[in-house]
Design a protein around this ligand. Structure first.
Ligand SMILES: [Zn+2]
Length: 580
């Protein structure tokens, strides 16, 4: 916390247990306030029911700070609520949401579109530029829906910068293959968008391939993968034509006839995602599908769903096959198999699947209850696929948890209700607060609580393990906690913290005598030799001269007044800072 912003704490740190008031800063979210004042986000939310949108606070508005849950059992430790992580993995440059909004921003069916003569470029034609597609056997309603859909696609295609000729070609294919579903609209636009920077001849090839697919959205998804592949982009027009022809021919192979739509989609995506398309790819994918034949119907569905979600990634397919053929998997109870395969689908990523397989070889995992197996699986899945973190720290952390020779055991511990403790490291046991992670086979919800546990607490505690940290009334222990925080910060944000972030989110809190860590720091500060190390640390953080007289003032001061303005990189702690 930055104490100068909190009148209650600024006057007397001894009042840490009392509720106080703070003011929202510009652009601050409630999660960031929680971090700043050192309380749990959920507690802060319930203390402030007037806040309707925790991501949009009015700067200067008053926020009531609840007392932190009083649980100071010595073996445990707490971490403050994390800074909100908002980054998300975006699969292509054209996100599904953007596409939906493009399509919905088109003229609603009941409103007649402006006449094309009234607008210049980018205007919308009264009718889509294709012949009226439907003949006998279709109701007026069906004809109207199709026309409206084509008009939307036309409008969205123009906004996406797809050339007029290509839009017309796409609309002809869509018009000839009703009904026009929203998936069809979205996927065909995505395909033509991905192709729009190719040469006119190459774009015509793509249009022809789309026509040959009869606008089938599954084929459009696969064609998009092929067209977006760098090997395809670089290939000559002749080679492109050969690949597209081959792709079309292979998708009509008799082996695919008997497959269900999901299985067929798996094979087609595999063919498209790693050009050139070849018979080998069909047979290896069929081979992967065959490895699911002994699974229950529910598990088969999850297996195929995962392959589809992985979009033809050959490494994922190979790892999934290896996992279900692993004797350790085969010996699981039916509900446990379903738990594992649910997460291979939720986290359809080659590394995540390899990590699930490593888990199956851990005795502690095999001994866990089903509920806790589910918690472990989704935590590992989230950590394995966290898109915006420091990959090296996350990889090393997973290796410490799952490596063959690693002695660490994970245990989901029941803490008192509303405990602010996330986890702790025993000699070799990593205890995690099981209330922070719901059981079940769904994906881990992506919020501050789950990030705090999976992305921060796990690397934090593993850092204590690799450094053999012990609680003590010394600067060294203070630095150990700072280091573990420094590592969790890097794990989550893929960068080092600034001095201001370190002070706000950790140091002022670690020095607060009422916090778990503060008691040890206060005791260490009574020893002049130890105290010198604290002052030196605060000097390297702020750029100010620090001594016994001013150190508390320095901790409470506004970073903007520091010589380094708080923007310099926070001091690098000694010891192992990447969990190797
Ligand atoms: Zn710690």
């Amino acid at each position: 916390m930055r104490i100068s912003d909190n009148t209650n704490l600024a006057t007397d740190w001894g009042d840490f247990q009392d509720p106080g008031i703070t003011q929202a800063r510009a652009n601050e979210t409630l999660a960031q306030v929680a971090t700043r004042v050192g309380v749990n986000l959920a507690d802060l939310q319930s203390a402030n029911p007037q806040i309707t949108d925790p991501n949009k606070l009015t700067p200067g508005s008053e926020i009531r700070i609840p007392a932190p849950a009083a649980d100071v059992s010595v073996a445990r430790e707490e971490t403050p609520a994390p800074v909100n992580a908002t980054s998300r993995h975006v699969e292509t440059s054209l996100e599904a949401n953007a596409m939906r909004s493009l399509l919905s921003s088109s003229y609603p069916p009941n409103v007649s579109a402006p006449n094309s003569s009234t607008s210049g470029s980018g205007g919308i034609a009264q009718m889509p530029p294709v012949a009226m597609p439907l003949n006998e056997g279709y109701s007026e309603k069906e004809k109207q829906d199709l026309t409206d859909g084509l008009r939307k696609v036309y409008r969205a295609g123009e906004q996406l910068g797809i050339s007029h000729n290509d839009i017309v070609s796409m609309l002809h294919t869509l018009a000839g293959n009703p009904p026009l579903t929203s998936k069809k609209m979205t996927e065909s636009l995505r395909l033509f968008f991905m192709a729009k920077d190719l040469s006119p001849q190459d774009r015509k090839l793509v249009g022809d391939a789309f026509k040959a697919s009869h606008g089938d959205p599954t084929q459009a998804v696969a064609l998009t993968k092929l067209v977006a592949n760098p090997k395809f982009v670089k290939a000559s027009t002749q080679t492109k034509k050969e690949w597209l022809d081959k792709f079309e021919a292979l998708t009509k192979r008799p082996e695919l006839k008997n497959l269900g739509p999901e299985e067929k989609s798996v094979v087609i995506q595999a063919l498209a995602s790693d050009p050139p398309p070849s018979e080998d790819k069909i047979s290896s994918t069929l081979d992967v599908l065959a490895s699911a034949k002994n699974l229950s119907p529910v598990d088969q569905k999850l297996f195929v769903g995962g392959l589809n979600a992985a979009g033809g990634d050959p490494a994922y397919a190979a790892n999934l096959k290896k996992l279900v053929e692993d004797p350790k998997f085969k010996s699981l109870k039916p509900a446990e198999k379903t738990a594992v395969l649910s997460q291979t689908k939720n986290y359809a990523d080659a590394d995540a699947v390899a990590n699930f397989d490593r888990l199956l070889h851990k005795d502690w995992f095999r001994a866990e209850s089903l509920d806790n197996k589910q918690r472990t699986l989704k935590t590992i899945g989230r950590l394995s696929t966290y898109p915006t973190g420091d990959r090296q720290i996350i990889y090393n952390t997973l290796d410490k948890l799952l490596g063959d020779k690693s002695p660490i055991k994970l245990e989901w511990k029941k803490y008192p209700d509303k405990s602010t403790f996330w986890g702790e490291m025993g000699d070799t046991v990593l205890y995690l607060n099981r209330q922070k992670i719901p059981k079940g086979n769904d994906k881990l919800p992506e919020n501050d609580e789950t990030n705090s546990l999976a992305i921060e607490t796990v690397p934090h505690e593993v850092n204590h393990f690799v450094n053999h940290d012990k609680v003590a009334s010394t600067f060294h222990y203070f630095e150990s906690e700072y280091r573990a925080w420094y590592v969790e910060f890097k794990a989550e944000h893929n960068r080092v913290p600034t001095s201001q972030e370190a002070m706000d989110q950790r140091i002022s809190w670690q020095l607060n005598p009422k916090s778990f860590y503060g008691k040890y720091a206060a005791s260490a500060l009574k020893n002049p030799q130890e105290a010198q190390k604290f002052y030196h640390f605060l000097e390297s953080m702020t750029g100010m001269k620090v001594d016994a007289k001013n150190w508390k003032t320095v901790v409470k001061s506004d970073p903007a007044t520091w010589p380094n303005k708080g923007q310099a990189a926070a001091p690098v702690p000694s010891g192992n800072v990447d969990n190797h």
